[in-house]
Design a protein around this ligand. Structure first.
Ligand code: MD3
Ligand code: FE
Length: 236
């Protein structure tokens, strides 16, 4: 797999203990990449799901269109997003929150497609988090130049559940920081089809995405020059 060699050579911080590797005895060696004690890259894990995911993303975006939200500080996000599942993450001048309805339409968010739920559960299980049942899926869309500055995901009630992140389309460089904003961040290249599972003591790490550079990817003719990231959470 092309991206496996790139990821291995990237000089990422390997802080994971060897004990976590025993969780992966049934996976091929290249199919797991510990990033921290609770953070695992699963290169290409989503590839067998892609043909189901793309029409499902279109269906979600047809009912809850992508939008650029405003942060409480008054900045418009360069990343466009939408949600599916019982709860959706949203932001405006009053703050960040999870909501059962889409503030743009007043309607419930589209239900979580079955293919999304299956992928999230299987990926979490492959990283040692059994029976992951997310109630929220945030769908981020990046055009060239879009970025996500360093932040923590702490609007979820249960920080014990992992987060599962699925990268589709253009590659990106993910920033994996520490528990304080100023901690040095490792740069992790993420390619089309890669899945990352974050839990345990890595769940509250600062993280972000460097400005997207236009680059070729396997779905260029279908998606165009964009990156889609699905982030599955247990929010309630
Ligand atoms: C690491 N999205 O939507 S998800 C986000 O690629 C977000 O769009 C990124 O960060 C993206 O909030 C990456 C990966 C992620 C999520 C939660 C984490 C990474 C994390 C929590 C702790 C450490
Ligand atoms: Fe995040």
């Amino acid at each position: 797999m092309k991206n496996t060699a790139a990821a291995t050579d990237s000089g990422r911080a390997h802080t994971g203990g060897s004990s976590s590797l025993s969780l992966f005895d049934d996976l091929p060696r290249e199919a797991r990449e510990p990033l921290g004690p609770g953070a695992f890259v699963l290169p290409g894990f989503a590839l067998p799901f892609v043909n189901e995911l793309l029409p499902a993303i279109d269906a979600v975006a047809g009912r809850a269109p992508f939008r650029h939200l405003v942060t409480p500080g008054g900045f418009t996000m360069s990343v466009a997003l939408t949600n599916c599942g019982a709860l959706g993450w949203t932001s405006d001048r009053r703050g960040y929150r999870y909501s059962a309805t889409d503030p743009d339409t007043g309607l419930p968010w589209p239900p979580m497609p079955a293919s999304f739920a299956r992928l999230a559960r299987e990926a979490a299980g492959a990283a040692g988090f059994e029976n992951f049942a997310p109630d929220a899926c945030l769908v981020n869309r990046y055009a060239p130049g879009a970025r996500l500055s360093l932040h923590q995901d702490k609007d979820e009630r249960d920080h014990g559940a992992p987060i599962v992140s699925v990268s589709l389309g253009m590659p990106a460089v993910f920033l994996f920081g520490g528990l304080a904003r100023g901690d040095k961040a490792a740069r992790v290249p993420l390619a089309h089809g890669d899945v990352v599972v974050w839990g345990g003591e890595d769940r509250l790490r600062y993280h972000g995405v460097l400005p997207l550079k236009e680059a070729p990817h396997p779905l260029l003719s279908q998606l165009g020059p964009i990156r889609i990231n699905l982030t599955f959470r247990k929010a309630a």
